[in-house]
Design a protein around this ligand. Structure first.
Ligand code: FUB
Length: 456
């Protein structure tokens, strides 16, 4: 994404100051789409697609994964999977979902098969962030046109379901191994009736769909009720839902959750409960140069109504409130952030780190708890084949009180990492921390891997 467009947005954000904590979209370094949240242990992961810059169609080559423990700071884990992972695929890394079973992570993704159309593949990994490999060396599902947007769900009795489809809605019952499905049941098409998915008001004679169902199904369960949340109502899409007492229907249409807004003609839901709260993920075109093919994932906290129905959920710039503070006395990856200005993240074979750092760029980390006694020093792991620079530490605003700084030298290489340390003063209590990068020269200043404060 071009830095100059981010510059404008960040200037507006900085001017808006403390009252405007625009944490949506949750990622600003790349365009992201089609969110699929998953909780594993004490961490919420969100798997996304990746719209390439300047796309004029759904040009998507890989998937991305991000994680949070506090709902405001997101750690970038790079790209765990691409369509190239599947030797038999030729493109279209569209909307997927990952789920854990028995310590393995199964990632269901649609891809374009060589010489054919969309099919659904399954990749498997040992950790939530991969690496993932093709689990079976061929498509898992190839049922005809519209095999996109898989959603996977494991019921309380252990039966797993994989739903998908546009314009159809189909499912299979996955076997215990998660990489094959029950052939006796086969591929089942859900009847798309007005009772199940609402009546479509047809705009013209070309409109073939009778119901609101469009694509992007998301299957989940709460208090014994199954929810089928989906993109609906044609283009531009909104998000609607149906419910059923069974995972396979019949489904009853319940209404619209998120009305159309946000500058992207598609939307795509992902729902999750995390640490006692409910979260609704979606995408819009809110970043600079954003739109229908350059989308960004956002999240809202919500509460189900007492009868189990959804409230109307509006898109916001603020996103959810923090549910935990960040401990600055633990090693924190530099690519953990609530917001950033100007930087990118990149991956080598071992690691994700922050790169493309220029004078005036910054990373904002929210709700950092320095404690009563405060911090004494700050260390950072940095690398530079150029002139280096410095990291200034500011509280609450990019030009807020400065609590310290560290100088970054030329370390002899862009991946020749060195620890640098500087003194810190007047850092107590809970603050948003701005790591502000300074330096001169025409090249990028340095790379940044992780940081940590020491207590007084
Ligand atoms: O990201 C490509 C397509 O756009 C997805 O498959 C749909 O759900 C829509 O979000």
């Amino acid at each position: 994404m071009k830095k100059r467009f981010i510059t404008l947005l960040s200037a507006i954000m900085a001017f808006a100051g403390a009252t405007c904590h625009a944490d949506n979209p949750i990622v600003q370094t790349v365009y992201t789409a089609d969110p699929a949240p998953m909780v594993y242990k004490d961490t919420l992961y969100v798997y996304t697609g990746h719209d390439e810059d300047n796309s004029k169609y759904f040009v998507m080559n890989d998937w991305r994964v991000f994680s949070t423990k506090d709902m405001v700071n997101w750690t970038h884990h790079g790209s765990p999977l691409s369509w190239k992972t599947f030797a038999w695929a030729q493109g279209d890394a569209w909307a997927g979902q990952c789920i854990e079973r028995d310590g393995k992570f199964y990632y269901y993704v649609p891809v374009k098969k060589k010489g054919a159309g969309s099919v659904i593949g399954v990749a498997v990994g040992d950790t939530p962030t991969g690496p993932f490999k093709d689990a079976i060396g061929k498509p898992l599902v190839s049922s005809g046109p519209g095999d996109i947007d898989p959603t996977v769900f494991i019921d309380d009795d252990g039966q797993a379901y994989l739903y998908w489809g546009n314009p159809y809605l189909k499912y299979v019952k996955l076997n215990q191994d998660m990489i094959s499905y029950d052939q006796t049941v086969g591929v089942v098409s859900i009847p798309l009736t007005e009772e199940s998915f609402g009546k479509r008001i047809k705009k013209d004679a070309k409109e073939k769909r009778d119901t609101l169902y469009e694509e992007a199904p998301w299957l989940c369960k709460r208090n014994g009720l199954y929810y089928m949340v989906c993109a609906a109502s044609g283009i531009p899409e909104n998000i609607a839902y149906a419910t059923s007492p069974n995972p396979t229907g019949p489904w009853s249409y319940r209404g619209i959750i998120m009305p159309t807004e946000g500058g992207s003609f598609t939307n795509h839901p992902g729902l999750i409960d995390f640490k006692g709260k409910s979260y609704f993920f979606y995408h819009n075109g809110a970043l600079p140069k954003g739109g229908g093919f350059t989308r960004s994932v956002c999240v809202e906290e919500f509460a189900y109504n007492a009868d189990g129905s959804f409230p109307t959920i509006k898109m916001s710039k603020e996103g959810p409130k923090a549910i935990a503070n960040l401990d600055p006395y633990q090693k924190t990856e530099a690519e953990t952030m609530a917001w950033e200005f100007g930087i990118h993240t990149t991956t080598n074979t071992l690691n994700v780190y922050v790169t493309d750092i220029d004078n005036g760029d910054y990373i904002k980390v929210k709700n950092v708890d320095f404690g009563k006694n405060g911090a004494a020093s700050f260390s950072a792991s940095v690398a530079s084949a150029a002139q280096g620079g410095s990291i200034e530490l500011h509280l609450d605003k990019v030009d807020g009180p400065q609590i310290g700084s560290v100088a970054v030298p030329n370390t002899g290489g862009w991946e020749t990492w060195k620890s640098v340390t500087g003194k810190v003063s007047d850092a107590t209590g809970i603050h948003d921390l701005y790591l502000v990068f300074k330096g001169n020269g025409t090249e990028h200043l340095f790379n940044f891997d992780y940081w940590k404060f020491e207590k007084k």
